[in-house]
Design a protein around this ligand. Sequence first.
Ligand SMILES: [Zn+2]
Length: 136
Amino acid sequence: MDNLSKEQRSYCMSRIRAKDTMPELIVRRIVHRLGYRFRLHRRDLPGCPDIVLPRHRKAIFVHGCFWHMHSCRYGQVAPTTNRNYWGRKRKGNVQRDQEELRALRHLGWKVLIVWECWTKDVPTLERRVQQFLTNI
Ligand SMILES: [Zn+2]
Protein backbone atom coordinates (compact mmCIF):
# COMPACT_ATOMS: atom_id res chain seq x y z
CA MET A 1 0.00 0.00 0.00
CA ASP A 2 2.78 2.36 0.86
CA ASN A 3 4.46 2.22 -2.51
CA LEU A 4 1.44 3.86 -4.13
CA SER A 5 1.45 7.53 -4.97
CA LYS A 6 -1.21 9.76 -3.50
CA GLU A 7 -3.01 9.86 -6.80
CA GLN A 8 -2.91 6.10 -7.20
CA ARG A 9 -4.24 5.67 -3.71
CA SER A 10 -7.20 7.95 -4.22
CA TYR A 11 -7.96 6.15 -7.49
CA CYS A 12 -7.79 2.91 -5.60
CA MET A 13 -10.19 4.18 -2.97
CA SER A 14 -12.64 5.39 -5.59
CA ARG A 15 -12.60 1.95 -7.15
CA ILE A 16 -13.24 0.32 -3.81
CA ARG A 17 -16.12 2.63 -3.09
CA ALA A 18 -17.71 1.61 -6.38
CA LYS A 19 -17.05 -2.05 -5.78
CA ASP A 20 -20.47 -3.52 -5.52
CA THR A 21 -21.64 -2.53 -8.95
CA MET A 22 -23.85 -4.98 -10.79
CA PRO A 23 -21.34 -5.87 -13.54
CA GLU A 24 -18.75 -6.69 -10.93
CA LEU A 25 -21.15 -8.85 -8.95
CA ILE A 26 -21.98 -10.75 -12.12
CA VAL A 27 -18.31 -11.47 -12.80
CA ARG A 28 -17.67 -12.46 -9.19
CA ARG A 29 -20.58 -14.86 -9.32
CA ILE A 30 -19.18 -16.48 -12.46
CA VAL A 31 -15.69 -16.91 -11.02
CA HIS A 32 -17.21 -18.36 -7.88
CA ARG A 33 -19.41 -20.74 -9.86
CA LEU A 34 -16.36 -21.94 -11.80
CA GLY A 35 -14.94 -22.99 -8.45
CA TYR A 36 -12.13 -20.49 -8.03
CA ARG A 37 -11.16 -18.73 -4.87
CA PHE A 38 -10.40 -15.08 -5.24
CA ARG A 39 -9.74 -11.88 -3.40
CA LEU A 40 -11.17 -8.46 -4.03
CA HIS A 41 -9.35 -5.21 -4.69
CA ARG A 42 -5.80 -6.03 -3.79
CA ARG A 43 -4.51 -2.61 -2.89
CA ASP A 44 -0.91 -3.58 -3.22
CA LEU A 45 -1.23 -4.32 -6.92
CA PRO A 46 -1.16 -1.73 -9.70
CA GLY A 47 -4.67 -0.56 -10.49
CA CYS A 48 -6.32 -2.39 -7.58
CA PRO A 49 -7.72 -5.22 -9.71
CA ASP A 50 -11.36 -6.01 -8.91
CA ILE A 51 -10.83 -9.76 -8.69
CA VAL A 52 -7.50 -11.36 -7.88
CA LEU A 53 -6.53 -15.03 -7.97
CA PRO A 54 -3.18 -15.01 -6.18
CA ARG A 55 -2.37 -18.68 -6.66
CA HIS A 56 -2.88 -18.43 -10.39
CA ARG A 57 -1.38 -14.97 -10.58
CA LYS A 58 -4.36 -13.76 -12.52
CA ALA A 59 -6.34 -10.58 -12.16
CA ILE A 60 -9.64 -9.39 -13.57
CA PHE A 61 -10.76 -5.83 -14.05
CA VAL A 62 -14.38 -4.98 -14.63
CA HIS A 63 -14.49 -1.80 -16.66
CA GLY A 64 -17.45 0.47 -17.26
CA CYS A 65 -17.70 1.06 -21.00
CA PHE A 66 -18.25 4.80 -20.71
CA TRP A 67 -15.52 5.54 -18.19
CA HIS A 68 -12.91 3.44 -19.89
CA MET A 69 -13.94 4.29 -23.45
CA HIS A 70 -14.68 0.83 -24.72
CA SER A 71 -14.97 0.53 -28.50
CA CYS A 72 -18.65 -0.45 -28.14
CA ARG A 73 -21.51 2.01 -28.55
CA TYR A 74 -21.73 2.69 -24.81
CA GLY A 75 -18.09 3.62 -24.69
CA GLN A 76 -18.20 5.92 -27.67
CA VAL A 77 -20.96 8.18 -26.33
CA ALA A 78 -19.86 11.81 -26.20
CA PRO A 79 -21.51 13.75 -23.38
CA THR A 80 -23.13 16.95 -24.55
CA THR A 81 -22.37 18.96 -21.43
CA ASN A 82 -18.88 19.57 -20.04
CA ARG A 83 -17.51 17.74 -23.01
CA ASN A 84 -13.90 18.76 -22.41
CA TYR A 85 -13.97 17.83 -18.77
CA TRP A 86 -15.34 14.33 -19.39
CA GLY A 87 -13.10 13.89 -22.39
CA ARG A 88 -9.98 14.61 -20.34
CA LYS A 89 -11.15 12.46 -17.49
CA ARG A 90 -11.93 9.47 -19.68
CA LYS A 91 -8.71 9.74 -21.66
CA GLY A 92 -6.87 9.88 -18.36
CA ASN A 93 -8.58 6.66 -17.31
CA VAL A 94 -7.59 4.93 -20.53
CA GLN A 95 -4.00 6.00 -20.18
CA ARG A 96 -3.90 4.85 -16.58
CA ASP A 97 -5.48 1.52 -17.53
CA GLN A 98 -2.71 0.92 -20.03
CA GLU A 99 0.02 1.81 -17.57
CA GLU A 100 -1.41 -0.44 -14.88
CA LEU A 101 -1.84 -3.29 -17.30
CA ARG A 102 1.77 -2.97 -18.32
CA ALA A 103 2.91 -2.82 -14.70
CA LEU A 104 0.90 -5.91 -13.75
CA ARG A 105 2.16 -7.91 -16.70
CA HIS A 106 5.66 -6.85 -15.86
CA LEU A 107 5.15 -8.38 -12.40
CA GLY A 108 4.11 -11.63 -14.07
CA TRP A 109 0.35 -11.31 -13.77
CA LYS A 110 -2.12 -12.36 -16.42
CA VAL A 111 -4.93 -9.88 -16.79
CA LEU A 112 -8.45 -10.06 -18.16
CA ILE A 113 -10.47 -6.94 -18.82
CA VAL A 114 -14.19 -7.60 -18.62
CA TRP A 115 -16.26 -4.85 -20.20
CA GLU A 116 -19.54 -3.89 -18.65
CA CYS A 117 -21.40 -4.59 -21.90
CA TRP A 118 -20.14 -8.19 -21.84
CA THR A 119 -22.09 -8.79 -18.65
CA LYS A 120 -25.35 -8.54 -20.59
CA ASP A 121 -24.57 -11.94 -22.11
CA VAL A 122 -23.66 -14.11 -19.16
CA PRO A 123 -23.13 -17.47 -20.96
CA THR A 124 -20.63 -15.93 -23.40
CA LEU A 125 -18.93 -14.04 -20.61
CA GLU A 126 -18.68 -17.22 -18.57
CA ARG A 127 -16.93 -18.95 -21.48
CA ARG A 128 -14.48 -16.07 -21.78
CA VAL A 129 -13.73 -16.08 -18.06
CA GLN A 130 -13.34 -19.84 -18.00
CA GLN A 131 -10.94 -19.69 -20.92
CA PHE A 132 -8.89 -17.04 -19.18
CA LEU A 133 -8.75 -18.97 -15.93
CA THR A 134 -7.89 -22.35 -17.43
CA ASN A 135 -5.20 -21.06 -19.78
CA ILE A 136 -1.76 -21.19 -18.29
ZN1 LIG B 1 -18.65 -1.97 -23.99
